[in-house]
Design a binder for this molecule. Structure first.
Ligand SMILES: Cc1ncc(COP(=O)(O)O)c(C=O)c1O
Length: 377
């Protein structure tokens, strides 16, 4: 069976894990945690970073560290994995859903600006949602499939409204924005190291950025808000620290980040090159401002085709695929959420067919996927 995204653990993972076992440092204190934290910040061009137990936890802490509180609103794109919205809800806040741009599948800055201008008002340097009276506390775009949002345009808007900007870059480690690394574009940027991501720790996440106060607060909250060694805590904190075992795997993985991202981009290019002749098929977007990390790659099918049926036919050929994210406004906990028009999300979400994109996919397997897709389509 060829899967969508499986990890390549053929580097130093075993060696580093054995070091954890030999030294008994398996929990949240250990050399690998410190090393991985530094490596993630360095590789993504951020001055500071802290690693946590998952991307979702990282988003929760990034939002809290940027000042999001109970009964406030956070603008997020409607086209994302539900964890983006859940992290907002974990703060006791609610998502305000904004449609994505067709050319990038990331949050539409023009639409965000229009929504805020029409549905919110400013008072005493803060922004409030007219209908609910709730404070708008942050904007959190998603780097969809590894493609950065247009952060310069979004930053103009968040600056205008004095809002913090948090990036859900869960799947985007290794991406570039206007030639730059992506770790310091937002006030806090969050990565996931779940098993299906470009680099994995089994599970895990990171919060990075150039603002020391924000990252230190995220670290503090992740470690039960402990002060000193004597069971003293100054806030309601969380137990979100990454373990040395997870970080050991992460250290081995991040040594190969450039190789993995290059392979992801190669796979994406290969599909584009070999499947471009099929009628009614286009590809995931890549924009002039960004270089996607190509976490996932695949096809956009026209209305005439049923993605679920094609997944079934690929499965008969031992190729495991599945339809992609259902929009947040269709998910039970968020059907009531404030939202913009959804012209793009409404159109694209059902038409996306991700194809296998594991970094360890061999050339023969890649060829096999292309042949199978050609035959079916
Ligand atoms: C866009 C997005 N945000 C957040 C997450 C959550 O990351 P984790 O699974 O590490 O909690 C994911 C995971 O796939 C994601 O794709």
């Amino acid at each position: 069976m060829i899967d969508l995204a499986v990890p390549d653990l053929s580097g130093n993972e075993r060696k580093y894990l054995n070091e954890c076992i030999d030294t008994t440092f398996v929990s949240t204190v250990g050399e690998f945690v410190r090393r991985f934290e530094k490596a993630v910040a360095d590789k993504t061009g951020a001055a500071y970073g802290t690693v946590v137990s998952s991307g979702t936890d990282g988003l929760h802490l990034a939002l809290m560290s940027c000042g999001v509180r109970r009964d406030e609103l956070v603008c997020i794109p409607a086209f994302t994995f539900i964890a983006t919205a859940n992290a907002v809800a974990h703060c006791g806040a609610e998502p305000w859903l904004i449609d994505v741009e067709e050319k990038s599948w990331t949050m539409d800055p023009k639409l965000l600006d229009r929504e805020l201008a029409e549905k919110a008002y400013a008072k005493d340097g803060k922004l409030f949602h007219r209908k609910s009276g709730k404070r708008v506390a942050a904007v959190m775009p998603v780097y969809t499939m590894g493609m950065p949002a247009d952060m310069d345009r979004l930053r103009e808007i968040t600056d205008k409204y004095h809002l913090p900007l948090v990036a859900d870059a869960a799947a985007a480690i290794g991406a570039k924005y206007k030639g730059r690394n992506i770790g310091a574009l937002a006030d806090a940027t969050v990565f996931s190291f779940n098993g299906n991501k470009t680099i994995t720790c089994g599970g895990g996440g990171a919060v990075v950025g150039d603002n020391k106060k924000i990252i230190e607060l995220a670290r503090h909250l992740a470690t039960t808000a402990r002060v000193g060694q004597d069971y003293e805590h100054d806030m309601v904190g969380y137990n979100y620290r990454m373990t040395n075992l997870q970080a050991a795997v992460g250290c081995a993985q991040i040594e190969r980040l450039e190789e993995f991202v290059a392979r992801k981009r190669y796979i994406s290019g290969y599909y584009k090159e070999h499947l471009k002749e099929i009628a009614g098929v286009t590809f995931f977007p890549e924009t002039e401002w960004g270089e996607s990390a190509c976490w996932f790659t695949g096809l956009v099918l026209d209305d005439m085709r049923d993605v679920r049926e094609i997944c079934g036919r690929l499965a008969e050929k031992d190729i495991r695929t599945k339809p992609f994210w259902q929009p947040v406004y269709m998910q039970k906990p968020y059907v009531q959420a404030e939202r913009s028009d959804m012209d793009v999300t409404g159109k694209i979400w059902k038409r996306i067919l991700p194809l296998p994109a594991s970094t360890c996919l061999t050339d023969e397997q890649l060829e096999g996927v292309v042949m199978a897709v050609k035959e079916i389509l």
